[in-house]
Each structure stands twice: as structure tokens, then as C-alpha cells.
Design a protein around this ligand. Structure first.
Ligand SMILES: [Zn+2]
Length: 146
């Protein structure tokens, strides 16, 4: 995943993660909704994706920086280091298996880091919209119909 944030921006994002009690997947849902995207939440799909864009055969996961070991913030705690390393490695392996299973079933799988959503939910939504091949209007940040 690309990460173009400076260290200063990134720590700002992380401070927002701690300050906010809104889950990042909710922020992304809101941003997508504002951009005109309609989605489903409850499906029986593998890994329980946070957002399902059925029309575009696309699922979106917002991966928590800690639990899914983001390269920037996914540091295993020092206490019980081995336990955490094993547990988090298992999460990462499961993510990969879920992605594979969904891709095999014909879904496009998009994974976005929690810190990307926290930093700029609108930008994260545009990343999703671009990935599914819709044009994004630069003025509104919304998706234009093709
Ligand atoms: Zn992160």
C-alpha cells in the first residue's frame, strides 16, 4: 500500500485515532456515502468485509493498524512479545487467506489502513472509487456516473 504521509502527518493521524471514538470503517462508509456510493454491510462473505459494493463486485476492509500490523504502527508490544508476535502474524495470515478466497469467488478486494481513513476519510473513499474504475470529480470529491 502506498503511504505518502510525512512522519508529522502520520503522528497527527494517530493522535486522531486515539481521540475519536468513531470506528474508522464508519468514517469510510460515511465518506463513500457522501460520494454517492451505496453499499451493504451484512453479508455472509469470508472475513466479514466492512463494506460491500455488490454492484462493483468489490469488498473493502479497513484494517486496524495494530491488529493487522500496518508497516507504520503495527509494532508488537514488548510485554509478552512472543505471544503478540504469534497472534498478530496469525491475523496477517488470515487476512491473506480471506483475500485469496474472496478473489477466487470473483470479488475485488480493497484493503485500507485505519490510519489512512483517520487522516483523510475523503481521500480513502476516493482511493476506493478509483480502484473500482469510477471517475472521481476533483471538485466535489464525489464519484461521477459513467
Ligand atoms: Zn497505520
Amino acid at each position: 500500500m502506498t503511504d505518502v504521509l510525512t512522519t508529522k502527518q502520520r503522528s497527527f493521524c494517530m493522535s486522531r485515532i486515539r481521540a475519536r471514538d468513531t470506528a474508522p470503517e464508519k468514517l469510510l462508509r460515511k465518506a463513500l456515502w457522501r460520494a454517492g456510493m451505496r453499499y451493504r454491510l451484512k453479508t455472509g462473505l469470508a472475513g466479514r468485509p466492512d463494506i460491500v459494493l455488490r454492484r462493483f463486485k468489490t469488498v473493502v476492509f479497513v484494517d486496524g493498524c495494530f491488529w493487522h500490523r500496518c508497516p507504520e504502527h503495527g509494532v508488537a508490544p514488548k510485554t509478552n512479545g512472543q505471544f503478540w508476535a504469534a497472534k498478530l502474524a496469525k491475523n496477517v495470515a488470515r487476512d491473506k487467506a480471506v483475500t485469496r478466497a474472496l478473489a477466487k469467488a470473483g470479488w475485488r478486494v480493497i484493503r485500507i489502513w485505519e490510519h489512512e481513513v483517520e487522516c483523510d476519510a475523503g481521500a480513502a473513499a476516493r482511493t476506493v472509487i478509483k480502484a473500482i474504475g469510477r471517475r472521481v470529480s476533483p471538485n466535489t470529491g464525489g464519484a461521477a456516473r459513467r
